[in-house]
Design a protein around this ligand. Sequence first.
Ligand SMILES: [Zn+2]
Length: 68
Amino acid sequence: MTEGPRKVVCEICGQAKPLAKLAGRYYCYECARKVLEEHILTQLKELERRGIVQLASLRRGRAEPPAG
Ligand SMILES: [Zn+2]
């Protein structure tokens, strides 16, 4: 087994071809997406805590069509 001193792999799944670098860490595309989603969700929950946004209404996806 030969190990390069600078072998870069995904922090989460260990894939050898990470595509994204977030906060100084490398992630493959799939893991980067999950990390970003979690990060965004964490921020959204904090905003909800403060009463700035309502996640319940966001989860409905689309706004209701205008009545008329
Ligand atoms: Zn990965």
